[in-house]
Ligand binder design. Structure first.
Ligand code: FEO
Length: 661
């Protein structure tokens, strides 16, 4: 079978060659901890057009260029491999790409062409890349980050291409952040470069100990520390905590003036363009990435930008961990981070501080879900890691917050328990709400007694403690996100109502209220996460293909299940009999509640419910989303559909004012 791009992957045993993206079925989150099964890969080099190479017997690298050159070539692409995801038995195309950025600096990009999800809310339309960099100073060679473990063979082969067969020439491995998509192969590199020193923040190296599980040379660095690479060239470090983990740091090469930022300023956008060539195409992915990962940490984004400025770190060539390197449009894109973060803080009507324990159970991932839920409601979020923060930070953040979230810390860690004690002493009874949740770490402080400690001093819970008694599923992340949204709504609703009343012209609201709509129930499913909502702001938007728009409030739970590429079902209600389903789905459901309990439905091919009460249904796929202030306008294509009652008329929805649905 011919592989993509006109070259063929070698085939092992009877495994099939390349899987086309259209053959992929339902989206299932691929676990970072899944067993790896590379079905087919090849070390045969593919030499793309538009580039000249210096080739030797074992080595083929792109023609070097100076740091000032404009580089717009694809570099060296490996042959395509196929990774079979044991979670869903789907095949995913993998490839690596090498490009010399300067005489001394090379990027190794792991192209994960088909990755379709990061957690429940982060649907990927264009896969992602994991970017790793090699800097050859005159005296020291540095590797910055590695790749996801599923790339082991491809990545190690690429690294040998760049460094040579003897990886012991690598002096330092900089770990910018320990999530396995960047650090998953550090252990493998250290097996072949046992004398290399791993460089990272204190938190990072503590995490890495658990990941690598054998002794290795370590160098803890903090802000302002430098590594000498020879002839005055330095690698300078800037801690960037919470972008998006507490361990994150940037590294700045004083010679090339490249800054390595790992997750920050990245995009889940897999193309062969090494640089940010086509801004209009990149932009939706860049902004969505910010929205999911960085907006909950808006304050930390601004702090990191200030630190870079103070330390003389230029953000003109930004070597990201995902997606393209920012160079062509770096000023504009970094400016967007600043603008979006400032706007998020300005718009904030309330503030929530989330306490979690990094590297403990699912505390960090679950805390991110809660934070995402909270920021949907125009609340500012501060994330504090109980294993690294100090008493002063706790007192300051709690002093500013209206809401507190506490992910159960490990019982046995004395210093963490001391921090919980500081937190209990810092809260303001009667003035703040608290949400306590399990972390599923194996040694969680029991959440009910923990909540009672706060209740005893007069702190009110936003809801009962959240329980997580098995490895989190899509449904668990949905529960935590929805609980975050509920907390945010609780803290902001009065302010929002006041603002709406004062800003609204009564005449305009009455006039717009005469615009009518239909009545529909939108249903969506991702794995064990299910949701539904009553919708009225729906309009056909195109003939070819048949498409329509639907406006979804940003703080709606179902919004997370309607990302670009996701499928859902639009159930049309009839004039007769719309009341019962409408009443049911208009109820305020507690976080994580099953919206379909007691409802008669069957699954559409995409898995989303078709309601027995509907007069017709349309199965749809989300094509694009437009930011419309407090709503997302979601444009979708109709894929399939059916009419159950051809004589029924669609229910209409009339209002007198436009200030409510
Ligand atoms: Fe790309 Fe936070 O790992």
């Amino acid at each position: 079978m011919a592989a993509q791009n006109g070259f063929c992957a070698s085939v092992v045993a009877s495994s099939s060659c390349i899987t086309s993206s259209s053959s992929r079925g339902r989206k299932v989150r691929s676990s970072l901890n899944n067993n790896i099964n590379i079905k087919a890969w090849s070390v045969t080099r593919h030499f793309p057009r538009r580039i000249s190479f210096k080739t030797t017997k074992n080595k083929a690298v792109a023609e070097p260029s100076s740091s000032n050159d404009v580089i717009d070539d694809f570099g060296l692409l490996s042959n395509m491999a196929v990774w079979s995801n044991p979670a869903n038995n789907e095949n995913y195309k993998l490839q690596t790409q090498i490009l010399n950025l300067t005489n001394e600096t090379t990027v190794i990009r792991s192209l994960d062409w088909d990755r379709d999800r990061f957690d429940i809310e982060f649907g990927l339309e264009k896969g992602t890349t994991y970017n790793s960099y090699v800097i050859k100073g005159s005296e020291k060679t540095v590797l910055i980050d590695t790749s996801h473990e599923k790339f082991e063979q491809l990545y190690m082969d690429s690294l040998v291409s760049v460094v040579g067969n003897d990886l012991s020439s690598i002096d330092y491995v900089v770990c910018s952040h320990t999530e396995p998509d960047h650090s998953g192969l550090i252990g493998k590199v250290l097996e072949r470069a046992p004398n290399a020193t791993v460089v990272g923040t204190k938190v990072c190296l503590a995490f890495l100990d658990n990941l690598v599980q054998k002794e290795f040379n370590k160098l803890v660095v903090k802000g302002g520390d430098v590594l000498e690479l020879g002839d005055g060239r330095q690698l300078k470090f800037v801690p960037a905590p919470n972008l998006h983990w507490p361990d994150t740091m940037f590294s700045y090469d004083t010679e090339s003036e490249f800054v390595y930022t790992c997750d920050a300023f990245g995009a889940h956008y897999c193309t062969k363009d090494v640089f940010d060539e086509e801004l209009p195409k990149l932009m939706p992915h860049f902004s969505f990435y910010y929205e999911c990962l960085m907006k909950p940490n808006a304050r930390s984004v601004l702090t990191a930008l200030r630190k870079c400025e103070a330390d003389g770190v230029k953000l003109s060539t930004v070597c990201t961990g995902h997606g393209p390197i920012l160079q062509r449009n770096s000023e504009e894109l970094i400016g967007d981070y600043k603008k979006w973060s400032e706007k998020a803080l300005e718009k904030a009507k309330s503030s929530v501080v989330v306490f979690y324990t990094a590297d403990y159970g699912f505390s960090d991932r679950l805390s991110q879900s809660i934070a995402r839920g909270v920021v949907k409601t125009d609340c500012e979020v501060a994330m504090l890691d109980l294993s690294t923060c100090d008493a002063q930070q706790i007192v300051e953040e709690v002093g500013r917050a209206s809401g507190i979230v506490l992910l159960a810390p490990p019982n046995a860690k004395e210093e963490i328990q001391d921090n919980v004690g500081v937190l209990i002493g810092a809260v303001k009874p009667g003035k703040q709400k608290i949400l306590v949740c399990e972390s599923y770490g194996g040694d969680d402080e029991p959440v009910d007694p923990l909540m009672r400690k706060f209740a005893e001093i007069g702190l009110q819970e936003s809801q009962s403690p959240l329980k997580c008694q098995s490895s989190p599923t899509e449904g668990t992340y949905q529960l935590y996100e929805e609980a975050g949204t509920d907390l945010g709504q609780l803290l902001t609703q009065k302010e929002k109502l006041k603002e709406m009343k004062s800003s609204m012209s009564a005449d305009v609201a009455r006039a717009l209220g005469r615009v009518s709509g239909g009545l529909y129930i939108v249903t969506a499913v991702q794995g064990t996460a299910k949701s539904a909502m009553v919708a009225s702001w729906i309009a056909q938007a195109s003939f070819e293909p048949l498409g329509f728009t639907i406006a979804v409030a940003k703080d709606r739970a179902i919004e997370s299940l309607m990302q670009v590429g996701d499928s859902f079902v639009l159930n049309c209600l009839g004039e007769d009999g719309f009341e019962a389903p409408m009443k049911h789905f208009l109820k305020r459901f507690p976080p994580g509640a099953d919206r379909f309990e007691g409802v008669d439905w069957k699954p559409a091919p995409c898995g989303s419910p078709i309601l027995a009460d509907a007069v017709s249904y349309v199965e749809c796929k989300v094509v694009s989303r437009m930011d419309a202030n407090d709503h997302w306008v979601i444009y979708s294509e109709a894929i399939d559909g059916g009419v159950f009652n051809k004589d029924a008329k669609t229910a209409s929805h009339f209002r007198k004012v436009a200030t409510y649905y």
